[in-house]
Ligand binder design. Structure first.
Ligand code: ATP
Ligand code: ATP
Ligand code: CA
Length: 216
């Protein structure tokens, strides 16, 4: 089982920590604010009050045993950068850091952060995409040009087989799975039928996927 540390228990950090714990992961939660620690204590494996800039305190908390550390300190950019550096130097293999802006992200990358997240910006993009393309439920970027999306099949796609829709030949889109209620057909073939309300998992060029419904 993977072990995680979440440093900074604001809205983002506490949400990451409790979500990980609910998935059954070991979670060490750290914040300098006693109230934040108190609030999360019952939900995670260990909750510790400490200033994460204090290297000795981090060591004592057992930070070196975790597989992944998430630095979720927000407003205080200096503390965020320092803590990322310390955790990396203490030998944590994977450090995920929250960035406030592009310059901050550059600094984090330079000091060895393995993954950088922009929670507000990323969530904004997600919400915008979902609102703009009403039927897109999930969107995963694979590269700048390709994505996996989950869409709810509208009447335009419904009632036809994959062979009739011919998405692969016409649009370069592969149907990876068709979900119908509790049933799922993985790697469907030309004979499989799409029904209205089915959830389709598609892989293909992002531009085409975004406009699929208009094109059909
Ligand atoms: P969010 O948007 O996720 O709510 P935020 O981006 O507004 O958070 P802050 O509230 O500035 O971020 O910081 C998140 C948490 O990090 C706070 O609970 C704060 O107490 C904690 N924190 C800040 N500096 C340190 C530090 N040096 N050591 C430990 N915790 C810290
Ligand atoms: P082709 O060589 O033309 O791709 P094929 O021999 O693979 O066809 P089938 O598997 O019978 O033929 O599929 C016929 C058509 O049905 C494909 O060209 C494709 O457009 C569509 N199709 C079948 N399965 C899928 C799928 N999983 N996703 C998208 N399209 C599919
Ligand atoms: Ca914030």
């Amino acid at each position: 089982m993977k072990q995680f540390a979440v440093i900074g228990l604001g809205r983002f950090g506490s949400s990451v920590a409790t979500a990980l714990a609910r998935m059954g992961c070991q979670v060490l939660a750290i914040d300098s604010d006693a109230e934040k620690v108190e609030a999360i204590m019952d939900e995670v494996t260990h909750a510790i009050q400490a200033d994460a800039r204090d290297e000795e305190a981090l060591k004592a908390a057992g930070i070196r045993n975790v597989d992944v550390a998430i630095v979720a300190i927000g407003e205080n950019v200096e503390a965020n950068i320092l803590v990322t550096l310390i955790v990396k130097e203490l030998g944590v293999k994977c450090v995920v850091a929250k960035a406030l802006n592009d310059l901050h992200a550059k600094v984090l990358a330079k000091i060895g952060a393995d993954k950088i997240v922009f929670p507000e910006r990323d969530m904004g993009v997600r919400v915008a995409r979902t609102l703009a393309a009403g039927n897109v439920l999930e969107h995963i970027d694979l590269s700048p040009d390709y994505s996996i999306v989950e869409i709810a099949a509208s009447h335009r796609l419904a009632g036809k087989t994959l062979g009739q829709l011919n998405l692969r030949a016409r649009h370069g889109i592969m149907v990876v799975a068709i979900k119908h209620g509790d049933n799922i057909v993985v790697a469907p073939g030309a004979e499989d039928v799409v029904r209205e309300g089915d959830i389709l998992v598609l892989i293909g060029p992002t531009k085409v996927l975004e406009r699929l419904e208009e094109r059909e």
